[in-house]
Structure formats: C-alpha cells, structure tokens
Design a protein around this ligand. Structure first.
Ligand SMILES: Nc1ncnc2c1ncn2[C@@H]1O[C@H](COP(=O)(O)OP(=O)(O)OP(=O)(O)O)[C@@H](O)[C@H]1O
Ligand SMILES: [Mg+2]
Length: 508
C-alpha cells in the first residue's frame, strides 16, 4: 500500500516499516517460498502498491486466485487482526478495488492475447515446438525463405503451408539456404500438430497484442493486467515461452529511459522455475540478456518461485528486491535450498537467517529491498501487509461482466485474417504439387534461367555490335565533314584570295 506519507509500504517488522523505493523497483525482484506460505498474497500486495503509485502491472494468474484484486477486500478475522496490530487504518490502509484488465490466450476468460509467428521468431518457436538443434536450424531457414519470398508468417496455417512449400522444394532450396532435411521438416510438422491440438492456434493471429494496452492507468492508478494462466499451465513450455515472448516484446518495443523515478511497468513471472527448466543454452543467454537490459526501459521483473535455487545465478544476481517466505527442509536437497536462500541475504546480527527461513509463518517473510544507492539492505524478518483488494478469485459472473465490458476485450475479440503466406501459397498452387512436379518445375526454372541468360548475352553482343557500327559511322561522317570543309575552303577561299591579291597588285 501507499501509506499516508506516500511511501511504498509492503511489510512491517516490529517498529520498522519495510518500504520499496520506487526508483529501485525496476532493479527486479524475487518472491520465493514453499507452497501455501503467502507468495501470491505478497504478489497481490505489491501489485496493489504499484497500482497506487500509478504504475501498471502485468501478472500471470497461475491458480486463478489473483482476480480478487479487482474487488474490494473484506475484513476477515485474520485480516482485521493484522490491520489492528499494524495500525494500518492510521497509515492509510483502505479496502478498495483496483483497475484490472483480464487477458486470456484462449480468449475465454479475458481479452485474447495474440502474437504473430514472425513476432515470436524461430528461437522461441523452437522451444514451443520442442525441436532439437538440427530441426531448429531448419525452422530458422524456413523463416529466411519466408522473408525472401515475402510470405508473411502470421498464424499457424501460414507456418504449416510455408513448411509444406519448403519441404516440397527442399532440393531446389538447399542450394541457396543450406541442407534442408525432409526428416526435420516432417518432425516440425508433427510438433506443429501437437501444438495445435493443445489449442495454441488461438494464440497466433491478428490483431497482435499492442504493448501500449498493457501500460494503462485509470483514475491515477496503474491498471493490473491479469493473464489467466491456469489452462495455459497444462503445458508449462507454452506458458513460459509465452511470458518470455511478452518480455522480449516489451524489451524491443519500449524506448530507453534509464532509471526512472517510478517504473513504467512491473512484470510478475509466477512459477518462474519452469522458464529455466531444461532451457537450452541459447535461450538461457537470451533470458539473462533481456532481464539485464529491460531495466533501462523502466520494466521491473519479479520472479515467483519456490526457492532461489530454481533461478540460474546469472539471473538471480540481478534480482535486487527479495522476499523469502518459509521453506521446508525435509530432504537434503531442501536443506541445500535453504542454505542457498539464506546465503543470498545480507545477514542481520539479530537472528540466524537459515534457521528463521524454516520458522516463518504464513504471510511472514525475510525481506531485503535495495536502498537509495541500489545496495541490498540488511535482511529483516517482517509481516507482509494484507491486500486492500479481495484475497482469492472473483466469482465467474463478476469476472465475465468485467471482461466483456472492456473496450480492450471487444477490440481483440475480432479476428483479422489478412493476406499472408497461406493465401499466397495457395494462389501459387505450389503446396499441392507432387515431388515429381516440383523437380520438373525446378528443371524448367533452370532452363528458363539459362535461356534468359543466353538471350541477355545475345542482346548485349548485338548492342555492342550496333554501337561499334554507329561509332564507325560517326567517325566516317566526321572524316567526310572534314574533307568537305577542306574542299569548301579550297574552292571558296582561293578565288577570294586571288581576287584580293589581284586588287593589291593592280593598285601599284
Ligand atoms: N500477507 C497476508 N495477509 C493475510 N493473509 C495471508 C497473507 N499471506 C498469506 N495469507 C493467507 O494464506 C493463504 C495462502 O497464501 P498464498 O496463496 O499467497 O500462498 P502461496 O505461497 O502463493 O501458495 P502456492 O504455492 O500454493 O501458490 C492465503 O489464501 C491467505 O489466506
Ligand atoms: Mg500462489
């Protein structure tokens, strides 16, 4: 919450207030902890704080329990208790609904979010399709062929038809683009089918998401964009690739602004461990790079995961604002995770970090936010404030009403289908041709090309001949002119001279 002095108050540690410094909020963060310890409520409390600051938020709602932020909170016994003991009402705490925009890849529980195939690019698409390196190289070639032949890749149908086309023309295209194996094309086609059966075809098409629609405010509050991710989570790869695509889109669309006084957008990435699981090296490098650079575009990324050990070091090192809820240490692996979590904090002499991590109650956390200079503060044991919106999901009717009433929903619900690769290829009748036809056509093309080159050579030679002839003619004409002039001179000047000389001698 924003307290009466406009401080971003997130938690209370005895007499101490734990505040986030708005200027440091784009230095990213991590909310970690075991199941049921309070991560989603912390996310909600922080999202509301940003909203009150006028900063829009994007959050994936993995369990469907974040939508309550759009409704006024309720003073349950536990919340009323917390309000009284932290004197929250005096500090400006007031139950209130926050402006929310619901999004849903499947277009059922929010405005449809769509990308184009070209927008997603071969690296992320390879991950979506679970391709190996060889297949992924072929997919990259398919993108190149499409670009060279001006075949717009918008939806899955465009990609399917272009793949078919490349597969059919593999021999002819290999010369220019490198080896295109038929087995790789077939494997990509199979993966595409699986993706489609999972419902991902809804995600590709137009209108594609306009990033500005995530950067809205309403009555001075930042809009909290909530992506329904429960159904999406059935396929963790689709979920994480989609969220990462969104981050890369934000990164490539937004201008540099350095370190702003308040961030432009805060992006909460729930179940973040899924993003890093089995991610190929190229993707990990890309994630690390996007997280590092997106900060100067004013976007703060907050990962939510069970343990800091889930996050690769190169990324973890960039997450400046940390909230650690309780961890359990049943197995040796758990104990190691507790150690790792404890070591990431600047110790507080008042307690043993490692021990306290295992003792924390629900809604209680170890917190270290960055100070004014960007250095991590000493870790504090604190209670996260309850949200001012409602904890838990909206009921379906409330949600449906809010979703359908939005202009954004109406805009994105209209599917556009403009002329793109699939239609162009259908026009060319290429995709339906047999391999024999393709080979014959390729041979015909070569013949055509040779004939064209021969004709061009002949024309060039003829032109040269004509030019030489013209030159010869011109020099002949020049000589003739000279001769004529000389002749003229003789025939005209001599009589004149004779006359003049005659006149001269006669005078004497
Ligand atoms: N700061 C808080 N103030 C009030 N109640 C809280 C707070 N934090 C957690 N709770 C209570 O604990 C419950 C569980 O919290 P939450 O859903 O945030 O856990 P979680 O860590 O996200 O769990 P999971 O891993 O299953 O998603 C909440 O529904 C709420 O009732
Ligand atoms: Mg949760």
């Amino acid at each position: 919450m924003f307290d009466s002095e406009k401080k971003a108050l997130v938690a209370i540690a005895g007499k101490n207030e734990i505040c986030l410094i708005p200027r440091m909020a784009n230095r990213h963060g991590l909310i970690s902890g075991a199941t049921g310890t309070g991560k989603t409520v912390t996310l909600q409390t922080m999202a509301e704080t940003f909203s009150q600051m006028g900063v829009p938020v994007f959050a994936a709602d993995v369990k469907g329990d974040l939508s309550g932020v759009a409704a006024r909170g309720i003073a349950t016994e536990s919340i009323a208790g917390r309000m009284a003991s932290y004197r929250l009402t005096d500090r400006g705490f007031a139950f209130q609904a926050f402006p929310a925009q619901f999004w849903d890849v499947f277009g059922e529980r929010g405005a449809p979010v769509r990308a184009s195939i070209a927008d997603m690019g071969p690296l992320l698409l390879s991950r979506l399709l679970a391709l190996n390196d060889t297949q992924s190289a072929v997919l990259t070639m398919v993108f190149k062929v499409a670009a060279d032949e001006k075949l717009e890749l918008i939806d899955l149908n465009d990609l399917r038809k272009t793949l078919e086309y490349v597969g059919n023309k593999a021999t002819a295209l290999s010369g220019a683009y490198g080896n295109i194996s038929a087995a790789s094309v077939a494997a990509i086609q199979r993966s595409l089918l699986i993706l489609e059966e999972g419902g991902a075809d809804a995600f590709f098409g137009e209108p594609v998401l306009n990033i500005d629609d995530l950067l809205q405010t309403a009555d001075g509050k930042g809009v909290i964009n909530i992506l329904a991710a429960d159904k999406l989570m059935a396929s963790p790869k689709v979920y994480t690739t989609f969220l990462f695509w969104l981050l890369t889109k934000l990164f490539s669309s937004l201008p540099e602004i350095g370190d702003p006084d308040t961030p432009r957008l805060i992006f909460f990435f729930d179940e973040a461990h899924l993003l890093f699981n089995e991610a190929p090296k190229a993707l990990l490098e890309k994630i690390e790079q996007v997280v590092r650079l997106i900060r100067s575009k004013g976007v703060g990324v907050y990962f939510i995961s069970q343990s800091p050990a889930d996050v690769p070091d190169a990324v973890l090192g960039q997450l400046g604002n940390r909230v650690q809820h309780a961890l359990r240490a049943y197995t040796p692996k758990d104990q190691k995770a507790v150690k790792v979590a404890a070591q990431t904090f600047r110790a507080n002499p008042a307690f043993d970090t490692e021990k306290v991590i295992m003792e924390l109650g629900i809604g209680e956390a170890l917190i270290s936010f960055l100070d004014e200079k960007g250095a991590p503060r000493r870790v504090e044991r604190a209670f996260i404030l309850p949200p001012q919106g409602r904890i838990g999901p909206l009921d379906e009717e409330e949600r449906k009403g809010m979703t359908r009433d939005s202009l954004v929903y109406r805009y994105y619900s209209q599917v556009h289908n403009r002329l793109s690769a699939a239609e162009k290829l259908a026009d060319r009748h290429d995709a339906g041709l047999s391999a024999k036809d393709i080979a014959a056509r390729a041979r015909a093309k070569v013949r055509e090309q040779t004939a064209r080159e021969k004709a061009e050579e002949k024309a060039r030679k003829e032109e040269e001949k004509a030019r030489a002839a013209a030159e010869r003619q011109a020099s002949r004409e020049a000589a003739e002119t000279k001769r004529m002039w000389t002749g003229l001179a003789k025939s005209l000047l001599l009589p004149i001279a004779r006359t003049m000389l005659g006149a001269l001698f006669r005078r004497r």
